[in-house]
Design a protein around this ligand. Structure first.
Ligand code: CA
Length: 534
């Protein structure tokens, strides 16, 4: 190859690289050179965002009333690249890999690993300075609630994304405090003249009566005394571990009041609970399908009112909104003490919106995003809006009180109406907004009341395990360990109920947990907890 050819090749390569670059930067908006931005802009401009929405929602997000109002108030037209939720992650990843970056991604769906990786390779930018300079609404929240600032800050000190924060009840009274609520058939209790059980032994007697004494009075032994979906969040039987030591939750992690992180599945109380369940199983009190059924199978039997006791977030979703089932209070342990383990859940998502490195209008973008953190706007982002003349509204807006009021749903499924009319995306709803900025949704009020009256008095743990922002290295190690550790724990959990061998095999089980690096896992979780609480 001669000198001339080499130069030509070099030119071609440079040309390709250049073409690649300009194509990438061509996707984001041009630099409008706007400084000291106030809304509405005197002259409208466009920003290019990617987002996702439900298939029920309009294909063009700008057809949503909530976005029409934002466009009017800001003078910023958003050119959307919108994908339906089922294909969003794939489309998002393809777009980002191609380098054709939009200005920002709203409802981005990024996990902690993605955020740090994209931050590190320069695809998305750190936003802490933008918050400081241009985002008074969001900044105010972080100043009032500094715990959220530490929760969104990565171990390298940067904030890479705008979060979704939804408080619904504070501390122990949070709606997330217990996900698996136990619903007991009080009509059957009444028919058989039985009292509400108060401990594990009494519950066994009740379940035996449900099985043997035809509580539904049809002359057939068609009752299912106890059902659940094992290892399935709110439908799991975690609640029944409570009378045996620490109790349990979906990630088997609790925090002692002196700040020690404890793995419930390695606790002796867990072993004892397993022996109790095995006894129930031996007496044919547990639904044989509890170990393999999917949600629809579980639901079908629930709708037929076949269950004596079952578990889920809200009974209305399984056995309907009737008085046949009531929340069963927590059971006392052998010494008469009552304890309820809390679930490690909260309304919090770190990766709801990111700004890309090709964005040339950072001040404008930051100020637009800050609108989403205005309290009255945040509430609408979450649930939907008001004043729509073409479809049902979630809210009416009381202008004099500057307050949104939930309207009766009149049979409409709340989730569907929300998905059609809301934004998702970044928002903050603090507990103090209820009664001042918005009313609580009806479906939450009932659950919050039950939580407070029945459960909170028996929550002995001051803290839950928080949403720790682990480093990239920690996340890699945790996910590698959890793939084996949790699979093993879940397998033994189902197996022991059937075999009754949790006592016999306990030492062997603990040795296997060690082999699967349980001590390393616990140390990373403890370090994260300590970092989070300092
Ligand atoms: Ca019957």
């Amino acid at each position: 190859m001669g000198k001339g050819n080499k130069a030509l090749v070099a030119l071609i390569i440079t040309g390709l690289l250049f073409a690649g670059c300009s194509k990438g930067s061509g996707t984001s908006s041009e630099d409008y050179e706007l400084k000291d931005v106030t809304f509405p802009l005197e002259e409208a401009v466009s920003l290019k965002f990617m987002t996702q929405s439900s298939p029920l929602a309009p294909t063009d997000p700008n057809e949503k009333l909530i976005y029409k109002r934002l466009a009017e108030e800001t003078g910023v037209n958003i050119e959307w690249k919108n994908y339906t939720s089922d294909s969003f992650v794939e489309k998002r990843n393809l777009t980002v890999a191609s380098g054709d970056l939009p200005d920002a991604i709203l409802d981005a769906g990024y996990n902690d690993y993605d955020l740090q990786k994209l931050g590190k390779d320069g695809t998305i930018i750190a936003v802490e300075d933008l918050i400081d300079q241009y985002m008074p609404n969001f900044k105010k929240v972080l100043e009032e609630k500094p715990e959220y600032k530490s929760m969104i800050t990565a171990t390298d000190g940067h904030i890479y994304a705008f979060p979704w924060i939804e408080e619904l009840g504070a501390g122990k009274e949070s709606i997330h405090s217990i996900d698996t609520f136990p619903w007991i058939n009080v009509e059957w209790l009444n028919n058989l003249g039985l009292d509400m059980p108060t401990n594990a032994e009494e519950l066994k007697e009740v379940l035996l009566a449900f099985k043997n004494d035809d509580p539904n009075g049809n002359g057939q032994a068609d009752e299912i005394p106890l059902s659940f979906i094992i290892n399935h969040g709110g439908e799991d039987l975690a609640f029944l571990f409570n009378p045996f030591g620490l109790g349990d939750n979906w990630d088997h992690t609790v925090v002692s009041n002196d700040g020690k992180v404890v793995f419930t599945a390695a606790d002796e109380g867990y072993r004892d609970a397993m022996m109790y369940f095995a006894d129930l199983y031996k007496n044919n009190l547990i639904d044989e399908e509890a170990f393999e059924q999917d949600f629809n199978t579980y639901l079908a039997k629930g709708k037929d009112l076949k269950y004596g006791l079952y578990f889920t977030w809200d009974k209305a979703n399984i056995t309907g909104d009737n008085d046949q089932y009531e929340l069963m209070p927590p059971l006392a342990d052998a010494t008469g003490n009552v304890h309820v383990a809390r679930t490690n859940g909260m309304g919090f998502d770190r990766g709801k919106m990111v700004i890309t490195s090709t964005n040339k209008n950072l001040e404008l973008t930051a100020k637009w995003i800050d609108q989403l953190y205005d309290p009255v706007q945040s509430v609408q982002n979450n649930w939907g809006t008001y004043g729509d003349t073409e479809q049902q509204n979630i809210f009416e807006f009381d202008e004099s009180a500057n307050m949104l009021k939930h309207l009766a749903l009149e049979g409409t499924a709340p989730v569907e109406l929300r998905q059609k009319t809301n934004i998702g995306g970044p928002l903050v709803i603090l507990d103090e907004y209820y009664g001042t900025v918005t009313t609580k949704p009806d479906d939450a009020v009932g659950r919050l009341n039950l939580m407070k009256e029945v459960m909170v008095p028996h929550m002995n743990a001051d803290n839950i395990y928080p949403k720790v922002f682990f480093s990239l290295d920690e996340l890699k190690e945790l996910s590698t360990i959890e793939a084996d550790l949790f699979a093993y724990v879940h397998r033994k959990r189902a197996e022991w109920i059937k075999t009754g061998k949790s006592e016999e095999e306990w030492e062997e089980y603990l040795a296997e947990l060690d082999r699967l690096k349980y001590p390393t896992w616990l140390q990373i979780k403890q370090d994260g907890y300590d970092r989070n609480s300092n």
